[in-house]
Design a protein around this ligand. Structure first.
Ligand code: BQF
Length: 292
């Protein structure tokens, strides 16, 4: 069994990005600049945004964090987005999800200039992705593709089962892995909450992407010997023995499934750190496209 080490791989990628930034700076070019908008003070969201800012510092990017109160109106948020769209120093920006319930997420994502949409959530980028055109790939799927590629997991002709159909992970993963590309050319099945006989389907899978958000859902009896497991889940589960009062649980019962797996991502330290690294990668690409 080989651990797909997202912490190590993301660290390698951040080193590569830091090198590229050094080169840009030495050539007198612009320093990449990422902005993030956070609405409200959800604990997990604050952790994620802070991790993104810290990663920017590490690779030598400039970063701007726009912190808005929970009761921010949709109109005010859209104004902030317009400001970032027209600020030529900002190469890319993200709106941290989830947003408060009174704000229309789709409307907000559609307000982001697609050329600065380093999360790849704008319908233009989603459309470009499905048509195999150049685009910003959403960071989590991008990170998973990168992990599969760097560890040389064979995907061509493989039976891949994606569990979950979210716009952020499941849907784009199913599209990317069926495409003619690196870590692609797979035969993809999308399973979800209405799927019947899930176990029968997962038992035939060469690769399983678990992205349904139920802690330790996938167990050993659901998988075959030699399977590759990508665990996208990160749920905070109450745990009184931990200093913060919770532990992070994936969608996979790691202890049992890892005994049958050829490759498996841990939680934490698997897909999560890759998400951050690929957001930086997208920002670097956005900056290089501006080429100034
Ligand atoms: C790790 C996210 C659900 C909803 C909104 C490292 C992250 C997580 C885990 C991280 C995530 C999840 C992010 C680890 C960003 C991934 O060591 O295992 C990093 O920061 N993530 C997000 O921005 O929004 C989310 C999950």
């Amino acid at each position: 069994m080989t651990i797909l080490d997202g912490k190590k791989t993301s660290s390698d990628i951040k080193d590569e990005i830091a090198e590229a930034v050094k080169k840009l700076k030495s050539e007198g070019k612009k320093t990449p600049h990422l902005a993030a908008i956070l609405v409200g003070s959800d604990g997990a969201s604050m952790t994620y945004v802070n991790a993104k800012v810290k990663a920017c510092d590490f690779v030598g990017f400039n970063s701007t964090l726009i912190d808005l109160p929970e009761n921010t109106s949709e109109e005010t948020l859209l104004e902030k987005i317009q400001k970032l769209n027209s600020d030529s120093d900002i190469d890319g920006f993200i709106v941290q999800l989830p947003l408060p319930k009174h704000i229309d997420e789709q409307k907000v994502l559609m307000a982001v200039n697609p050329d600065k949409d380093v999360d790849g959530f704008h319908p233009i980028n989603v459309g470009r992705m499905t048509l195999d055109l150049p685009c910003f790939l959403p960071a989590t799927p991008f990170g998973i593709m990168e992990l599969l590629e760097r560890y040389k997991v064979e995907t061509s002709g493989a039976n891949v089962v994606v569990i979950g159909r979210s716009h952020i992970v499941g849907r784009p993963m199913s599209i990317l892995m069926s495409q003619k590309r690196n870590a692609g050319n797979a035969t993809v099945t999308v399973a979800h909450s209405r799927t019947k006989n899930l176990s029968e389907i997962t038992q035939k899978a060469d690769i399983i992407i678990a992205a349904l958000g139920i802690p330790e859902f996938l167990t050993a009896e659901m998988v075959k010997e030699g399977v590759t497991i990508i665990d996208v889940g990160i749920t905070r589960v109450p745990d009184a023995t931990k200093p913060r009062g919770y532990r992070l649980a994936g969608d996979v019962h790691f202890e049992s499934v890892s005994k049958k797996a050829a490759f498996i991502t841990p939680v934490p330290g698997g897909v999560g750190p890759m998400t951050i690294a690929m957001l930086l990668k997208n920002t670097l690409l956005a900056c290089q496209k501006n080429d100034n």
